[in-house]
Each structure stands twice: as C-alpha cells, then as structure tokens.
Design a binder for this molecule. Sequence first.
Ligand code: GLA
Length: 419
Amino acid sequence: MDQVVNDINAINEVEKQLLKDRLSRLVAGFQARLGPRSPGELFAARAPGRVNLIGEHTDYNDGWVLPIAITRDVLMVGAARDDERVRLYAMDLADEVAFDLAENAFDDRHTWSNYIRGVIDVLQRRGFTLRGMDIAFTGNVPRGGGLSSSAALEVAAVMLLKALCGLEIPPLEDIKMAQQAENEFVGVRCGIMDQFISRLGRRHHALLIDCRTLEYRQIPWPADDVQLLVVDTKVERGLAGSAYNQRRLECETGARILAEKLPHVKALRDVTEEQFAAQAALLDEVVRRRCAHVVGENSRTLAAAKALAAGDYAKLGRLMIASHESLRDLYEVSCRELDAVVEIALATEGVYGARMTGGGFGGCAIALVAAGALSRLAANLRREYPKVAGHLPGLLPTIAGDGAAVRPLAAWQEEVMGQ
Ligand code: GLA
C-alpha cells in the first residue's frame, strides 16, 4: 500500500486494471459454469460499496447523510433465457442455485442468493414481467465489513435485471426497490443511504442526501489536497442483529413522545437542537441519549456539507470527531476496536478527523488526512492497532467513485479492456 497511498492517479490506474481483470475472469467463470453465450447476449452491471463521511443513524429518522461511493464493487454478468429458470452463480464462493421464477423463496442454505431473490421478489410484486436468466457475480467489497456489500449486490441485481428484462425504471425507484428487498425479503430494517449512494454516487463527489424527500446535492470531494483512509477493524458486525432494530425503535419512541408536545414532529428530523433541549426531560434516559445523538448528528451533517463545499477540512474533521463521540457515548454503537482506530488516527499529525462509519459494532472507521500524512497514519495503525485488537487492520485508501451502471458487455469491454 505504501507505494500507492500517496498517488491518487496510481489508484485510478490500479483500479482500472483490476476492473479489467475481474470482468474477464467473471465472463470466463460465467461461460464455464452456466454455458457459452454469444457476447451480444451478455450484459454487465457494477454497483459500489460506500463509506459515510457523516450522518450516521440519521437515514431512518428522515434526516441527512453525506456518503461517497467507493471504488470496490459487485460486478455481475447475465443473459436472459427463453424459459422461466433462474440460475445464480456466486463465483467467489463457487456456489450456485437454480429455481423457477414462480418458486422464488427465501433460501436458508444459500443466504447470499437472498439479496438477488429479494430484488426478483420486489420486481414481481410491483407487477413487472421478468424473464428467466443466468447470472454470475463477483465482489471485492469486504463482506460483513460495514461497507455495504449487501446494498451493492442488491443494486447490481436491480440494474442487471432491468437490462435483461427490458424494464424502464427511474433511479429513485431502483433505490427504493433495492431497499425494499433488504427490508422485506432479507429482513433487515436498514435505511435508504446505502442503496442510494451505491446507485447515484459520483466520482470525486460526496452526496448530501435528504432521506425524507430523497433530494440530493453533489459536493465535490477533492482528490488531491486531502485523502480518506478506510480502516477495517476486521471485527465482523451483525447488522441483522437486534441492536440496530432496537435503536430504530428507541428513535421512533422518542419521536412519538416529542410529538405530543411538538405536533409538527413526524420523525426526529423535525426536532431542532433548541426544541430538543427544551423537551428532553420528557424522555427516559436511554431514549433521550439516542435522540440526542440523532438531533445533533443531523445538524453536524448539514454543517459538514457546508464545510466540505468550502474546503474547510479542519471544521469537517472536528465534526467527524464529534460524530464519533456521540455514536460512542450516546448512541452506543461503537466498540473497542473502532475507538482504538479513531484514537490512533487522532494522535497522528496531519489527521483532521476520524470516526466509525456505517452501522457500527465493528466494521470500518474512516480518517480524513492531509495529503502526505497517509503513510504516517498507515504506519501508526499497523504498529498500534494490533496491541488492542490482536490483529492488523485492513487499510483501504479510497477516492469517491461512481455509482452503479449497466451496459452490454461489449460496451464495458470497449471502455476498460480497450477492445
Ligand atoms: C447501516 C444501514 C444504513 C444506515 C447505517 C447507519 O449501514 O444499512 O441504512 O442506517 O447503518 O447510519
């Protein structure tokens, strides 16, 4: 990593070469496992994972988030069939399932397939006519690592199915359907952030998303004077675990109680910091802490978007630090390893700010670093983190990448393979 961390252009080249290699291997894997197809029949979709700069646990409270898409993704290749059969091949797991469209159901044995089955289910329930299809996919978003590998899989599936079945669906509906697949089929009550940024992320931009209206603003994310390091604690997190849903319930309870005094309140997004301070005594201790985090985090996110747009990284960094403290002390979704990463980062010269990102309880943290300080931070993390965690962290320097896309395979080949 040391050779590439200081050179964002090097990352671009590495990234392009990687995409080219992965796509050729995926097409070869498809043909070997699912049978030969003429190149004209094949479509390929890609959908990225994400990191959230700030705005954590605000999306399901109708609030604001500020994520970027990363350059790790799920790549999916597929072709339509003339019958009703669906065959799915998870190349990285060397695992395959097959079923008829009419018999699509939750699969306990091949749990990875449920993200695609969920998308099929939602499309069918919305009345779209699907065709049988053969699909192979590969991914390099660490699974269960808090970088939204599941949203990437769902969004890639939505994109590919639309192309294979000739469906015209606008992007916001793609996003809602991917989220619905996760909420209703997979059974995780996630908010809309992950699917949104995976679908609509833009290279060198962060998105300020209003999770109530679904309006969003692209804010340039600089590639040269400041860099973002994603630090994987390598502590697996279970998002489906009860803690996430428990936090949601506590927020809903808080909003309901506050609405008795503040009738305009439909969700915590509607509560200002002043209103909260005046009414907080209505809430019991735990609910009060949860709500305090969300109300503060919404203000911080809006302030962070302004700071980013103004290039004020010192301010952005301070807001990130405050976000982490709030997630650790009030929302209680951090853990020892995430806190350790943040502490090591903040003790490193040239780091503007650091925080956990995503749902929490393990997964990843991010650090905002002045260009040139990245190698120092990497060295400190490699030296200090194992003392706390007992193992090395994963270090992924990242830029803001593009959101999802689907094209005929030939179009991808032209772009990345130079054929
Ligand atoms: C997970 C969920 C998101 C969001 C974050 C916390 O990533 O999938 O919808 O709630 O946690 O901000």
